[in-house]
Design a protein around this ligand. Structure first.
Ligand code: NPW
Ligand code: K
Length: 497
């Protein structure tokens, strides 16, 4: 905010007017003047200032508005005070809330605008302010939070969940906030969106952020196009290692995915019992086999560009011994998933044998086995950063916002939805990342791009299928659309054209 104010000569008050007007417009375009009672709760800082501006616009447009000042302090900000006076010019003074007795009646059918605390919250809400937040939560009314749900911190964990407002929707300014992407804050947020309030983008870019929110514009430059002289020898050879009796499907899915994402050649190495299954389900792949029902010897002849290892592999003693010998010999780039991760967790001394920038793709349980327990999501990220730095590997932490960690850098994915919470989804991701590395994508790009595409398949599929009917195979079916979507330009609004 400060850089924009200094560099553009726009005042803080003007920036507030602009930001809050966008919030008003968001609501106005949805309500279209309907006679619904709207309660605007304002703090005394600049988040409260936003609330006062929104209330003024609502009054001016004839809405049924009740505006309140949550009087938790007398340190009212200058922008708050100016807008307090401006509101008075067109409507009655906001009602002051000093204690529980001042809480207004709020009906389930009403709308609440939460402008109590924004990014300036520095300790948990207490006293009557906390009671007010609980009071609003208990009404189950639709609540539109401005910038942050009040009581949620921008940079640390909530310790008292009962002091946080549960927002129906949050309009946040300029950039997505890390706190919004962490599972532990999920219950406060429901849906959210970013409003571009025109902050100085040169300044924001100069900040060299360590946390990146990955959207289409970030992955388009990673895409490697092909020319007409291309041949399969240029797109590498993926080897997928995994499977055990009853879990041949996992390695089959990963093999299919490596092919489907464009690996020039793909081989699978699996127990003998899976030989026919794999050959029949993936005729494009080559197959080598180990012992009857388990991986034991890891003595394949294939010379791959990259190896994806772990899906369905099991963790029996024989498999563990063979895996250890394999790791000690191996010099090929690795993508490590599932049981291969579990074996690493059981024997951490093996981590030293991982080639630099190996990609590890744990789901939350596998991550916990690798890192140990964490107190909260911030600590989880710190531990993951240390792990990535210590072993020089890339972590892909799977979840609602899958996060790729390369030492200090965090890449948080924007695509995907609960349809992906289905058996085999992770095996497909392993195959995708492996297949991208085979083609020459550097491991970090393969991880970020692979995660993006994997999530995008589910977003695109939801237009034609449902969460329930979406399976790991559906990911493969939609991979083409996910890639084509990169080149599909959103229609530009008339005003921008
Ligand atoms: N700058 C700009 O140009 C723009 C800013 N914008 C808006 O400003 C918001 C940030 O405003 P802000 O910095 O004034 O902080 P805000 O969240 O309103 O609250 C701070 C106040 O609360 C207090 N306080 C903190 N914790 C407390 C607690 N637990 N219990 C009680 N008190 C507590 C703290 O005082 P303290 O007692 O700590 O001195 C202070 O008085 C931002 O989120 C966005 O909405 C937009 O308009 C765009 C343009
Ligand atoms: K708020």
């Amino acid at each position: 905010d400060k850089a924009t104010i200094n560099n553009t000569k726009i005042t803080s008050l003007e920036l507030m007017e602009h930001a809050a007007t966008l919030c008003f417009e968001w609501l106005h375009s949805r309500l279209q003047g309907q006679n619904i009672k709207i309660h605007v709760f304002c703090g005394i800082g600049n988040n409260g200032g936003d609330g006062l501006v929104i209330a003024r616009h609502l009054f001016q447009h004839g809405y049924n508005v009740n505006c309140y000042v949550v009087n938790f302090s007398d340190k009212r900000s200058p922008e708050f005070l100016t807008n307090y006076n401006r509101l008075k010019e067109i409507a009655e003074w906001p009602k002051i809330i000093n204690d529980e007795g001042d809480f207004p009646e709020v009906d389930f059918e009403d709308i609440v605008i939460d402008a109590i605390f924004g990014i300036g919250l520095n300790r948990k809400p207490s006293g009557f302010t906390k009671k007010l937040i609980q009071y609003i939560n208990n009404t189950k009314v639709f609540t539109l939070a401005i910038d942050f749900p009040s009581g949620m911190f921008g940079d640390k964990s909530v310790t008292d969940k009962s002091s946080v407002l549960r927002a129906g929707h949050t309009l946040t300014f300029q950039t997505p906030k890390l706190a919004f992407l962490l599972p532990e804050n999920n219950e406060f947020l429901n849906t959210w969106e970013v409003l571009d309030i025109g902050l100085d983008t040169n300044f924001i870019e100069s900040l060299l952020p360590t946390t990146h929110y990955i959207t289409k514009n970030d992955v388009i430059p990673m895409y490697q196009s092909r020319n007409k002289w291309s041949h399969k020898g240029m797109f590498g050879h993926s080897l997928i290692i995994g499977g055990s009796f009853g879990k041949i499907g996992a390695v089959t899915l990963a093999t299919k995915a490596a092919l489907k994402i464009g690996s020039g050649l793909v081989s699978a190495y699996l127990p003998k019992c899976g030989y026919q299954i794999l050959q029949i389900s993936v005729p494009e792949a080559m197959v080598e086999v180990d012992s009857e029902k388990l991986l034991t010897y890891y003595n394949f002849k294939t010379k791959p560009t990259v190896i994806g290892i772990g899906p369905g592999m099991g963790t029996t003693d024989k498999t563990a011994v063979g895996f250890e010998a394999f790791l000690k010999e191996n010099k090929t780039q690795l993508v490590i998933d599932a049981d291969a991760l579990n074996l690493l967790s059981k024997n951490e001394s093996l981590l030293q044998y991982l080639p630099n920038k190996s990609v590890l793709t744990p789901h939350p349980k596998e991550l916990q086995r690798l890192l140990g327990v964490w107190k909260n999501d911030y600590e989880k990220l710190e531990k993951a950063i240390s792990f990535s730095t210590k072993y020089n590997v890339i972590l892909v932490i799977k979840g609602a916002h899958t996060t790729v960690i390369d030492e200090q850098q965090l890449y948080i994915n924007s695509t995907g939805n609960p349809a992906l919470a289905t058996g085999g989804s992770g095996d497909v991701l392993t195959g995708i990342i492996t297949g991208l590395i085979a083609q020459g994508y550097q491991p970090l790009h393969a991880a970020i791009f692979g995660v993006y595409l994997h999530g995008k398949t589910a977003d695109l599929a939801l237009q034609k299928t449902s969460y329930e009917t979406f399976t790991a195979t559906t990911i493969l079916d939609y991979l083409a659309e996910a890639i084509l979507d990169l080149f599909h330009q959103e229609e530009i609004a008339d005003s921008e054209a």
